[in-house]
Design a protein around this ligand. Structure first.
Ligand SMILES: [Zn+2]
Ligand SMILES: [Zn+2]
Length: 355
């Protein structure tokens, strides 16, 4: 590693040779390849992290398939739930220390000075770089990151729990904040997967009563186990009608990658209700009625991940024992099978990959 260490960089021996294993996307229409990637010199504001665990998010699958209008540039390494120890510091890094455990979230970099960055909306920064998308992510034995944009992980949190919290956790935590959930509000959570199982818990922490909607009874059983008071199997009942029968949702959080589910979530709202868009279906169109939106005073709002502050709060809640993360671990070299299982709905909540 010494040959690739930048002048002024500080290192902790990671026992690594000149390269490390990572899962690389070369082609949007082909499987990821597990290959040896050479270590590169660390920029002054970067750190190197030895990855312990990295969750597999739907966004990684969309990235690997090039599903979205703005596509990543192959070759690249996906993964934006990487958690591990800092093994090398760029010469200008002051925010973290060697040996510290950190999470490397989707917001890999922001400018720090624009109106968004200085007003608590760094997630809207136009200069942002996204981990596992525009910069290489956590699907490897090592990853590099901007020292200023990682978030410290408390020692009491297991890496297997910390990884899903780094995207699924902070994204749903922020969505509940954006929804404005207050005590006694009825919160409809559409989609009980890696995101939904955490959304249910954050809505409960905010004081809400939760109705969970999914297509699978086992996921609805999980939702009840995590505190959902009501559940609706959308293959059996129209969820909008079922939730209107409960009085309508004050907030609905759309987490399923299906535009139809977004429309059902809209239909579940009571007057004055708020629909939060979170999931990013490959099919990028949804039909909502103008007339009812105006007359019923409906708010529709998008919510994208969360800030470093939000992620600190997510870790704080978990360290305090207030949330449970449901996941299953797989070795990193099984990433393609894991992707197939997530796409087929064969995963209860989150897959966490271990290099
Ligand atoms: Zn994600
Ligand atoms: Zn900015």
């Amino acid at each position: 590693m010494s040959a690739t260490t930048a002048p002024g960089a500080r290192t902790q021996d990671s026992g690594s040779p000149g390269s490390y294993a990572a899962a690389v996307v070369h082609d949007f229409h082909a499987a990821l390849e597990i290959e040896q990637v050479p270590f590169t010199a660390l920029a002054a504001d970067h750190i190197r992290v030895q990855i312990e665990a990295c969750g597999l998010c739907h966004t990684d699958i969309h990235a690997a398939h090039g599903d979205w209008p703005v596509k990543p540039q192959p070759p690249f390494v996906p993964g934006h739930e990487g958690v591990g120890h800092v093994v090398e510091l760029g010469s200008a890094v002051t925010e973290v220390t060697l040996g510290q455990r950190v999470a490397i979230p989707w917001l890999g970099y922001a400018c720090g000075t624009c109106d968004y960055c200085v007003s608590g909306w760094e997630t809207l920064c136009l200069q942002q770089k996204n981990t596992g998308y525009s910069i290489d992510g956590g699907f490897g034995q090592f990853a590099t990151a901007y020292g200023r944009y990682v978030v410290a992980v408390p020692d009491v949190i297991d890496a297997i729990d910390a990884a899903p919290l780094t995207c699924a956790g902070v994204t749903t935590y922020k969505a509940v904040k954006v929804a404005g959930t207050r005590s006694s509000d009825l919160v409809a959570v559409f989609g009980v997967g890696g995101l939904g199982h955490l959304a249910i818990q954050y809505a409960k922490i905010a004081g809400g009563r939760v109705v969970a909607v999914d297509l699978y009874d086992d996921k609805l059983a999980l939702a009840r186990d995590l505190g959902a008071e009501f559940t609706v199997n959308a293959t059996e009942r129209n969820p909008a009608e079922a939730i209107q029968a409960l009085g309508g949702a004050d907030q609905a959080i759309a987490l399923a990658v299906s535009p139809h589910s977004f429309e059902q979530a809209y239909g579940s709202l009571r007057r004055g209700g708020t629909l939060v868009f979170v999931a990013l279906p490959a099919d990028n169109e949804v039909r909502l009625p103008i007339f009812e939106t105006v007359l019923n005073g409906i708010t529709v709002v998008g919510s994208i991940v969360g800030t470093r502050k939000d992620l600190r709060e997510v870790f704080e809640l978990h360290a305090a024992g207030l949330t449970r993360v449901i996941s299953e671990t797989r070795p990193l070299d099984h990433v393609n099978e894991a992707i197939a299982d997530v796409e087929a709905g064969r995963v209860a909540a989150r897959v966490v990959l271990q290099p």
